[in-house]
Structure formats: C-alpha cells, structure tokens
Ligand binder design. Structure first.
Ligand SMILES: Cc1cc2nc3c(=O)[nH]c(=O)nc-3n(C[C@H](O)[C@H](O)[C@H](O)COP(=O)(O)OP(=O)(O)OC[C@H]3O[C@@H](n4cnc5c(N)ncnc54)[C@H](O)[C@@H]3O)c2cc1C
Length: 305
C-alpha cells in the first residue's frame, strides 16, 4: 500500500524494522520472529540494505518473502552507496514489477571495502536518490499511478557529518521538497530530543509525518554496538544508572531496557506522535512486551471485536 494511504488515517502507525540474516538458519529464525509479530498488525515493516555485495540481494529476497508469504507490507531500504544510476533504476523496476509500494531512500553507511571512494558514487546524498525515484515515478512504470511512496531518515540528535544543525535541517528539508512522503528517525533515548526535532521541522516548514525510531536497550553489549552503529547517540544518565544497577544480571538488564522503552512510547503517544518505528534487531520479545504494556490491541481476534 502507498505510504500516503497508510498515513492518511489519523491513527498512530506502528512499524517494525528487520535486517536480512546472512545464513539460512538466521533467515528461518527471523521468519519465526516475523510470524510472532505478524498478529500485531504493524502498518508496515521495513528491511535494511547492506553496505555492499551479496547482502544486498538478501534484502530483496526477504522483502519478496514478506510480500508473498505474510500479510505484512514490506518497505525496502535502498542506499546511494556503491550504486550507479542504472543499477538503482533496475532495482526500482524490479520492485515495481513485484508490487512493492514504498522505498526508504538513504545515503547508507560506507562499506568496509578497501579503496571505496564515496565521491565516485553516482548519488552523493539521499536527496539525489529521492529525486531519482521521483523521476522514476513520473515514468508511470509503477502500477500505482503515484509510483513509490518515499521515506527518508531524520536525526533528532543530529547527524555526525553535519555539526551545524541549521544546515542539517536545510538538508532534511531538501529531501522533503524533493518528494519524500515521511521521515523515520534514528533511535533516541530522550524524548525531548525528538520533540525538539519535531518543533524544528515544523519551523523549517517540514510538514510530512515524522515516525519516531525506538530501540529497547536489551543488553549491555547491544548498547555498545548501538553506540557504534548510530554514531552520536546520547545515553541519558537515568538509563545508564538503571542498567548499571543490574549489569551482572542479563535478564534484569533486558527488563530495564524494555521498561524504559515502554515509558518512552507511552510518553510519545501522550504527545501525539504520528508513528513509532521499532528497531526489532530481528527479535520479537521486547516489541511484544512493549505492545502489551502500552495496552495496544494486538491480535486479529481483538481487532475483530
Ligand atoms: C531510519 C533509518 C534507517 C537506516 N537504514 C539503513 C540501511 O538500511 N542501510 C544503511 O547502510 N544505512 C542505513 N541507515 C544509516 C544511514 O544511511 C546513515 O546514517 C547515513 O550516514 C545517513 O543517511 P541519510 O539518508 O540521512 O543521508 P543524507 O540525507 O545524504 O545525509 C547524510 C549527511 O550528509 C549531509 N548532507 C545531506 N545533503 C547534503 C548536501 N547536499 N551537501 C552537503 N551535505 C549534505 C546531511 O546533513 C548528513 O550529515 C539508516 C538510518 C536511519 C535513521
């Protein structure tokens, strides 16, 4: 379904993000997670795109499997990194022919490949990819006359490559002006950062829905990995203190992380967030517990009541 249709009801959206596993065992375990989360009726699920090589085909495979074997609506991530215009064109044609409705357009994390030179990429920034998808949409190849719905990334705490937050907001606005339909944010642990970001978007004239990215910190090692991946994430002392109190007990660490994320979500819902996007790390337990603590209806049976 086109993201504009998904977002057109004034309901808060809930969505889940997965990454494509590299092994057949990982793929089966993810599919189990997906089956556990499917009854929660997310408005969409998204699938990340690797930095290069064969992992990229895995994104396509998972998207297609979700589309054909579940009732979920998958949104593939697509990145500028190491791609030429004809390659991106071919990917879009394939997704269009398979009935995929939306794309999350990103610059992407640079690959570890030695000799990679970003300046040689055909698309330097996500905005160039958004423009390219819009041109593709204008060709009328997609069965939906609007073409692909387009999402872009936003960074409530700022993106490390642009220390000047005013300039950064100009870059975000450029992506929206180029045709993005919605923004999904990087994870954050302090809702004030999100509310301030939302206000700054409003002041900049950015009117598209902003979906808040939430990731429960369920282990200390995960927290460290997260700090590396989402460079610059601020970990509030309140969270660190709570995790520190139980650092020798992994089960309690998980409970603390889930409790913290549940409170964040509760507060976001109180403050009229347009959507919550869960970084699931391919696991279902944390997301399921957060859902139940929020009192959300989460099964087909309940929805039919
Ligand atoms: C929701 C979400 C999903 C993600 N999924 C993936 C994924 O699947 N695969 C992956 O590899 N990475 C993913 N990432 C990581 C993301 O690709 C990186 O954080 C990347 O560095 C920024 O991506 P962007 O799309 O915001 O890039 P851009 O919008 O291109 O911005 C990148 C930097 O360049 C600056 N900039 C933008 N335009 C200009 C310009 N014209 N001139 C100068 N500077 C400019 C921006 O201010 C920013 O600092 C994801 C991030 C988020 C938040």
């Amino acid at each position: 379904m086109h993201i504009q249709d998904i977002l057109s009801s004034q309901q808060t959206t809930f969505s889940f993000e997965f990454f494509p596993p590299k092994t057949p065992e990982g793929a089966e375990s993810l599919f189990q997670t997906i089956l556990e989360l499917e009854p929660y009726l997310p408005h969409f699920v998204s699938v990340t795109y690797g930095a290069g090589g064969s992992t990229r085909e895995l994104t396509h495979d998972l998207v297609l499997r979700l589309k054909t074997r579940t009732s979920l609506d998958p949104i593939p991530h697509l990145t500028c990194v190491s791609h030429t215009q004809p390659e991106i064109g071919a990917i879009l044609e394939r997704y269009a022919s398979e009935g995929i409705g939306n794309i999350l357009a990103l610059r992407g994390d640079p690959p570890a490949t030695p000799g990679y030179r970003r300046e040689e990429d055909d698309f330097q920034h996500a905005v160039d990819l958004v423009k390219f998808i819009r041109k593709f949409n204008d060709r009328g190849v997609h069965a939906d006359r609007r073409g692909f719905g387009i999402g872009v990334a936003g960074f409530p705490e700022g993106h490390p490559a642009t220390p000047n937050r005013l300039v950064e907001m100009d870059h975000l606005k450029a992506k929206v002006d180029a045709g993005a339909d919605y923004i999904v944010t990087q994870l954050f642990f302090d809702n004030h950062d999100f509310y301030d970001f939302r206000d700054r978007c409003e002041l900049a004239g950015i009117r598209v829905p902003i979906l808040a990215g939430i990731m429960p910190a369920t282990s200390l090692s995960g927290l460290k990995r997260m700090a590396e991946l989402a460079g610059g994430t601020r970990f509030p002392a309140k969270l660190l203190r709570a995790l520190g109190r139980c650092q020798d007990d992994p089960e309690r660490v998980t409970r603390v992380g889930i409790h913290y994320a549940s409170e964040q979500c509760m507060d976001l819902l109180e403050n009229e967030v347009r959507g919550i996007h869960f970084y699931t790390l391919n696991r279902s337990d944390a997301t399921r517990q957060i859902f139940s603590s929020l009192g959300l209806r989460h099964s087909r049976a309940e929805n039919a009541e």
